[in-house]
Structure formats: structure tokens, C-alpha cells
Design a protein around this ligand. Structure first.
Ligand code: ADP
Length: 244
């Protein structure tokens, strides 16, 4: 289902968190809200967020634990639905796509990188990275996978199993898996949270350059000032709201 883009916001109406340019916008959030019911209490995790993220942008979202970063990333990545508001990935309304279509969009157009890597332990590095291609019905992705693994410095580890890799190697394999489909959007939740600073810097540099090469938008939640330095824009999250 292709649906018309949401009407462009007038520049004078832009929220402070919106990008200045409306060209090449990958992700648009309008009035996004999400609350949880917990033990009879209501927790408002995301409280009305407007945002635009452009192709090639590397956006870091910083904030203390519990401020709503993971909830927001889940909404942006189509892993959860907002209670209110709209989330558009290019011309696709993620907030109201049927579940099956949402799964296809996630597989094809969104790459995820997490703090705990989530590589499948029974598959080799090469098989882990090739899996998204196979799920998308692409059978001849071997050369692309090997080129990408070479690019992230894992050409010598193609046949290794994840448990034999260092943390930095695991995250670089996970990065290759997230980017192998050249996704429009990359969602990274604390991607350097389990790495020492040298490996963290290497992963961030790769994330930045590969995303640039592929023209993806990257949105990263992080606690780390060092990680945020590589971003082209930093927003701060507090009590479910973003501010510059
Ligand atoms: P962060 O990623 O910044 O730590 P989260 O998005 O995980 O923040 O959480 C935001 C708020 O929502 C917190 O108060 C958290 O306890 C609450 N929360 C998150 N997930 C759930 C859930 N599944 N059920 C109930 N409350 C939740």
C-alpha cells in the first residue's frame, strides 16, 4: 500500500526539534504519544513528539534512564505503535500499517543495532549477516555480505561463531547485519554500551560512514557524551519530551 506523504509542515510551524530542510526526510513524527499501564498506574513514556530526520543525518538522543528513549526508538522502528500521533517512514504510515506489512517494512527498510548484539549463536558470522537477505528472498547475497564484512574488518572471521568473537567484533558483525539491506533508517540503542572506548569509537565511525554511503538516516540513543560527539545532531530527552 503506497499512501501520499503527510502534508509538509510550513517552515514557520516547525517544532524546534524538526530539521530545517524538508528535503529527503526519511522519518517524520507528529504528536507521538505512548503510555504504559503498570500496577494500575499510568506511565507516560513519550509525551507528544514532533520530529523530522533526514537522509544522511546521524541523530543522537541523550537522556537519563527511564526518560523514554527505548520507547521512542521502538516506535520509530515500527516495533510498537503510538497511542496517538503519526509516524511516517518516507511515504509509509507506520502508525497504521497492517501488522504483516509493518513486518515487511521492518525487514526491508529498517536496520537495528542493540547493546547486546543479538547474533544467533548457532550461525556463523557470514550466516548471521546474510539472514536478513534470505528473509527478504535474496538468494545471491553472498558477495555483498563478504564485501560488507571486509569493510567492517571481519573478513578473517566469516566462518567464526559469535561466541568466539570479542565484544567489538560481535558489534561489528551486528552492524553489518543491520546495514546489509542498505536500510533507509538505522535504529541504534546504546550501540557502544558494552564496548571499551576504542571499540566503541570504531563501531561509531563505521556506523557513521556506512550510513552516509548508503544514504540512511541513523537514530542512536546513548548515555555517552563520546558517542554523541560523532552525531550530526544531538537532542536531549527528559520526561518523554525532546529538546535541543
Ligand atoms: P529509557 O530507554 O530512557 O530508559 P524507557 O523507554 O525504557 O526509557 O522507559 C520510559 C518509562 O516507561 C519508564 O518509566 C519505564 O519504567 C516505563 N516503561 C517502559 N517499558 C514499559 C513497559 N513495557 N511497561 C510498563 N512501563 C514501561
Amino acid at each position: 500500500m503506497r499512501v501520499a506523504r503527510p502534508p509538509a509542515l510550513l517552515p514557520g510551524c516547525l517544532h524546534p526539534c524538526a530539521t530545517i530542510s524538508l528535503m529527503g526526510v526519511v522519518l517524520t513524527l507528529k504528536g507521538v504519544e505512548k503510555a504504559y499501564g503498570l500496577n494500575g498506574q499510568r506511565v507516560e513514556a513519550v509525551c507528544g513528539i514532533d520530529l523530522e530526520v533526514a537522509a544522511g543525518e546521524f541523530l543522537a538522543i541523550m537522556g537519563p534512564s527511564g526518560c523514554g528513549k527505548s520507547t521512542l526508538l521502538h516506535l520509530m522502528g515500527g516495533m510498537d505503535r503510538p497511542d496517538r500521533g503519526e509516524i511516517w517512514l518516507d511515504e509509509l504510515p507506520l502508525h497504521r500499517l497492517p501488522e504483516e506489512q509493518l513486518i515487511r517494512v521492518r525487514r526491508r527498510s529498517i536496520g537495528f543495532v542493540f547493546q547486546f548484539f543479538y547474533l544467533l549463536p548457532t550461525m556463523t558470522v557470514q550466516e548471521n549477516v546474510e539472514l536478513p537477505l534470505l528473509l527478504a528472498g535474496i538468494q545471491d547475497g553472498g558477495p555483498r555480505v563478504r564485501r560488507l564484512l571486509e569493510r567492517v574488518g571481519l573478513a578473517h572471521r566469516l566462518d567464526a561463531f559469535p561466541t568466539t568473537l570479542s565484544g567489538g567484533e560481535m558489534q561489528r558483525a551486528a552492524l553489518a547485519r543491520a546495514l546489509v539491506q542498505r536500510p533507509r533508517l538505522v535504529i541504534a540503542d546504546e550501540p557502544t554500551g558494552n564496548l571499551d572506548s576504542e571499540n566503541g569509537r570504531r563501531v561509531l565511525a563505521l556506523l557513521q560512514s556506512l550510513a552516509e554511503e548508503h544514504g540512511s538516516a541513523v537514530i542512536m540513543a546513548t548515555h555517552s557524551n563520546e558517542a554523541a560527539v560523532v552525531a550530526s545532531r544531538v537532542l536531549h530527552m527528559k520526561d518523554g519530551l525532546l529538546s535541543p
